[in-house]
Design a protein. Structure first.
Lengths: 247, 345
């Protein structure tokens, strides 16, 4: 039996996927979810092999939901927005169905997935879900993180600074720090260069948070934030910081 | 359009003032006992150099109008031209009237009066030309502004109309696709609604104002389609005062506001979304309030007004020249967009 979950905020959009899946007797739809939160819960509960995922959904979008999952199922996107196609394929999606799609197109996607599934079990089991660093640098307006069992949406304006911590990045806000399973390079690509500056190998600051720059030992500086925190500025970070502040 | 400050009117003005000046000049000279011919010659010579002066003033101002120290410039111009006029007129009249008895003395005696009058005349002329020049420049810049505005208006309207919202269209078609199999009757109904909606969108004249009732029909159609898409999650309530019967509004104002409210409500909250429209019309002002639920905690990243509202605000400004006709406020978890349409009677 193949476990499948459908995540879309439009009931009729879910029902058409369900209807097309009737032609696959070994597929069993374990859940239909109307938003990313329900989707997350259902994925954790049922561990599906394949999900059908809409992009625009309430609160968190399909991509943001995927970021929060550790054991990622295979994904077929279903959306009316063709502008997300590149991003979708860069997350190693199996296919990208543009609404409205025909039964033939749907079957093609399923065929692609079956081929992929067979190849995956015989050759490289891990590679499919390697999402890291492959995403297109689309500028973010917010970052979604998991904090215990809670999901927190952080608008980028609320980020004070980012700090690298092993394989994670620590996102510091006035409400505390949150961990995100990404690299500094990823954030450097996806956060606006007008709003954020990397002052150090391990630090990136929101420019609007900086109140002043103080000298610190010889040849190095610290940036003082509105909250009073002092962030190191390295020798190579200093010119970047000056440029970002228009000095 | 033809420039009203040049051409015919200036020529007519010049001929009339020339005739008056010449007449007065002849009359005055005759009063001192000279013959009509002598008086006329005097007038013609004076007049001819006055015209020369006027021509120089007019063209100078037309081709070189200083931006700074205008007073010094005009003073210099008038004094120089008056001096030139005195010398030229003096020499010419001395030569022409050299055989007339007593004319030389008369001219010398009358010279201060002639110079004073010329000074006045040239000053007046400079002022008139300067004034005309300023008016002309203003007229041209107004015309430019008007053209720019018309152009902007047209392109903006085109852009707005072109945005027939492909996502709305494709998502609706997707819903129909699903309904065909499970509820064919509803599929048929939705095809009808979608067609009606598209037809009225395409048919709309971007300039002609529409009746409120017509606009509400159009919005209801849109709401019905969205309700099919989102199911029970989307609810709406329209409250309408009786006095709104005769009210009118420009097309393409309310739909973007409603769209924004629906999008905002649906994507910012997880629960049922109630979209409320409150409409009232009093003292020549149609007021429409559209409210939707939102989450104040996460709404920060949407920055309150989306692209749709910006375009509406711009349109209202182009139509009424006012920037205060679109207002938004957030109270608790309800976001309200208020639009005011002055009723032009």
């Amino acid at each position: 039996m193949i476990k499948v979950i459908i995540i879309d905020d439009e009931p009729l959009a879910r029902s058409i996927v369900a209807e097309f899946l009737k032609g696959y007797p070994d597929v069993s739809i374990l859940a239909e979810c109307g938003d990313g939160f329900q989707g997350l819960k259902a994925i954790q509960e049922h561990q599906p092999e394949l999900i059908f995922l809409d992009v625009q959904m309430p609160k968190i979008n399909g991509f943001e939901m995927l970021e929060l999952i550790e054991q990622k199922p295979d994904v077929i996107f279903t959306t009316a927005f063709d502008e997300y196609a590149i991003k979708a394929f860069e997350t190693n999606a199996i296919d990208y169905l543009l609404k409205p799609f025909s039964k033939e197109r749907f079957e093609k996607a399923m065929h692609k997935w079956e081929q992929w599934r067979n190849a995956k079990t015989s050759i490289q089991p891990q590679h499919a879900n390697d999402f890291s660093g492959l995403e297109q640098p689309v500028q973010r307006e917010r970052v979604v993180v998991k904090h215990g069992s809670l999901i927190k949406i952080i608008p980028v304006q609320e980020i004070e600074y980012l700090e690298s911590a092993d394989d994670f990045v620590k996102i510091h806000t006035k409400d505390g720090a949150f961990l995100k399973n990404k690299t500094m390079a990823y954030f450097e690509q996806t956060l606006s260069q007008q709003e954020f500056v990397r002052t150090h190998r391990s630090y990136m600051i929101q420019i609007a948070q900086i109140t002043r720059i103080d000298p610190y030992e010889k040849d190095s500086f610290v940036a003082v934030l509105k909250s009073g925190k002092k962030i190191p500025v390295s020798r190579s970070g200093y010119p970047r910081l000056r440029a970002a502040l228009g000095l | 359009m033809e420039n009203p400050y040049s051409g015919k009117s200036i020529i007519i003005g010049a001929v009339i003032s020339g005739l008056i000046l010449g007449g007065v000049n002849t009359y005055v000279v005759k009063q001192f006992g000279f013959s009509t011919t002598t008086a006329l010659k005097d007038a013609v010579v004076s007049l001819q150099f006055w015209f020369l002066g006027a021509l120089i003033i007019g063209n100078t101002i037309r081709f070189y109008f200083p931006k700074q120290s205008r007073i010094i410039f005009f003073f210099g111009l008038v004094v120089t031209l008056t001096a030139l006029w005195s010398v030229l007129t003096g020499f010419t009249l001395h030569f022409v009237q050299r055989r007339i008895l007593g004319y030389s003395d008369f001219f010398e005696l009358s010279l201060p009066v002639r110079v004073a009058f010329t000074l006045l005349l040239f000053t007046a002329l400079s002022m008139i030309f300067a004034f005309l020049n300023i008016l002309n420049e203003q007229h041209l810049s107004e015309q430019r502004n008007l053209e720019a505005q018309n152009l902007a208006r047209e392109t903006e309207l085109n852009n707005l109309q072109e945005k027939l919202h492909p996502h709305f269209l494709f998502n609706s078609l997707n819903s129909i696709n699903a309904l065909v199999a499970i509820q064919p009757e509803n599929a048929r109904k939705m095809v009808q609604q979608l067609s009606d909606f598209l037809r009225s969108t395409l048919k709309r004249d971007s300039k002609e104002w529409v009746n409120l009732s017509k606009e509400l029909e159009y919005l209801s159609l849109y709401l019905e389609i969205e309700k099919v898409r989102f199911g029970h999650r989307l609810q709406s309530n329209i409250s309408l005062e009786e006095s709104t019967e005769a009210c009118k509004l420009p097309p393409f104002i309310l739909l973007p506001i409603l769209e924004n409210a629906i999008k905002f409500g649906l994507y910012d909250t997880l629960d049922e979304v109630l979209i409320e429209l409150k409409i009232n019309c009093s003292q020549g002002m149609l007021t429409i309030e559209v409210s939707n639920p939102f989450d104040p905690e996460t709404a920060g990243n949407r920055k309150g007004t989306g692209y749709g509202l910006k375009a509406v605000n711009r349109r209202l400004f182009l139509l009424f020249g006012r920037t205060d006709l679109l207002q938004t406020k957030a109270e608790g978890n309800i976001f309200t967009t208020k639009v005011l349409i002055p009723q032009i009677t």
